[in-house]
Design a protein around this ligand. Structure first.
Ligand code: ADP
Length: 376
């Protein structure tokens, strides 16, 4: 018989909240419950300050639901409906008071690091289609050619393209409990939300539920020892991106922009978003900066190129370089063979490796010591 929301809520009646002893089912904290065959996904609403205290509740909820006959997989996340430091919602404020927790202005919560992963960086863009995923993939391979152990987490829920760029098909396997083994390509460890959701899965997954899925994906993948984990962020600067930036212990962010003004405006919002959550900006990359004719090699500045460099100077963030709009970049990226891996001697590959070198230097430099917001 098909699983129903009531089956799930009945199981959650047995899970009690530590402070009040109230049942989780009756607490009003359970968000929409998504049931897809034997898969059950939902989020528990918390204040960011409660993350540590509520983790045992999350685990208990998972094990209670996994015990229901017919359930094959359970994903339960904790979501803070307002980022710490911003005005709390009425519900969050009521919960805070009920739990006697410190109000806004208290210490900034800290996100735990990922064991074995030395640094995590985000690749972000103010809007879609600017080449964020292509940059992520080539930057990641570039970092690996510099001798680093590198992982890629594709958190772009709106269009997870990392599996395609790396030519990976199939599903990751479970190694133990609910921990997944990452996929591998070109010497990188790779995990994508695209491996876990079918293309037809409706995008009601967006928003807080997705954030919890991503933060779990970050922590429940057997990454092993990595020097750098590169996260391909969803494009844009909305609440979902902000919360994700906040809940991931980021050492820095790379912003990808195209030269057009509109994209730069968006890029500016991207810079502002990371600054708001105190994640150091490693720099801005100008993608599709100029056009190289595949026939004659002639260079044309289709858009007023150089805008990102000026913008970076204006915003006092590093400028990481220009990547041309070039057919081989598109062909290799869309063909599952990132150019840094498939044609490492090409000028385009060298441009990405130069970018990787700057990012590596930025991570070793002052950016590393900069404060960052994290959740414990
Ligand atoms: P985003 O992640 O920002 O949505 P993608 O990386 O998926 O963007 O790129 C969008 C399209 O543009 C893809 O077809 C990709 O191959 C192509 N593309 C990205 N960067 C370049 C580039 N520098 N030159 C040519 N094509 C590019």
């Amino acid at each position: 018989m098909a699983l129903s929301q009531n089956d799930i809520l009945r199981a959650l009646e047995l899970v009690k909240l530590p402070a009040s002893g109230q049942s989780l089912a009756a607490s009003g904290r359970i968000g929409d419950i998504l049931i897809d065959g034997g898969k059950v996904i939902f989020a528990i609403g918390i204040d960011a300050t409660e993350a540590g205290a509520m983790e045992p509740v999350r685990k208990a909820a998972e094990s209670a639901v996994s015990g229901i006959p017919g359930v094959t997989q359970v994903l339960v996340g904790l979501t803070a409906d307002k980022a710490p430091g911003r005005a709390p919602s009425q519900a969050a404020e009521a919960r805070r008071q009920a739990h006697g927790q410190p109000g806004p202005g208290g210490p900034v919560p800290k996100a735990a690091g990922i064991p074995g992963v030395k640094q995590i960086i985000a690749v972000a863009s103010g809007k879609g289609g600017v080449g964020k995923s292509t940059t992520t993939a080539n930057l990641a391979v570039g970092l690996a050619t510099l001798g680093l152990k590198v992982g890629v987490l594709d958190a772009d829920i709106y269009g997870p393209s990392v599996p395609k760029i790396f030519g990976i098909t199939g599903k990751p396997r479970l190694v133990s409990g609910r921990t997944l083994a990452p996929m591998e390509a070109y010497g990188l460890k790779i995990m994508s939300i695209g491996f876990l959701i079918d293309e037809e899965t409706p995008m009601i997954w967006r928003g807080p539920m997705v954030i919890s899925a991503i933060t779990q994906m970050l922590r429940e993948v057997a990454w092993g020892e990595l020097d750098v984990l590169v996260v391909d962020m969803p494009p844009g600067t909305g609440d979902a991106q902000l919360t994700m930036a906040q809940q991931t212990p980021l050492a820095g962010a790379v912003i990808v922009s195209t030269p057009q003004d509109l994209a730069l405006l968006d890029a500016r919002r991207g810079v502002a978003m990371f600054k708001k959550v105190e994640v150091p900006i490693l720099g801005i990359v100008e993608n599709m900066s100029y056009f190289i004719c595949p026939e004659c090699g002639h260079r044309s500045d289709i858009f007023a190129h150089g805008g990102a460099r000026h913008e970076a100077e204006r915003l006092h963030v590093p400028f990481l370089g220009e990547i041309p709009l070039a057919m081989p970049i598109r062909e290799t990226s869309d063909g599952g063979r990132p150019i840094v891996a498939s044609d490492p001697d090409s000028a385009h590959a060298k441009a990405y490796v130069a970018l990787a070198r700057q990012v590596k230097a930025g991570l070793a430099g002052p950016a590393r010591a900069a404060p960052r917001i994290v959740i414990e």
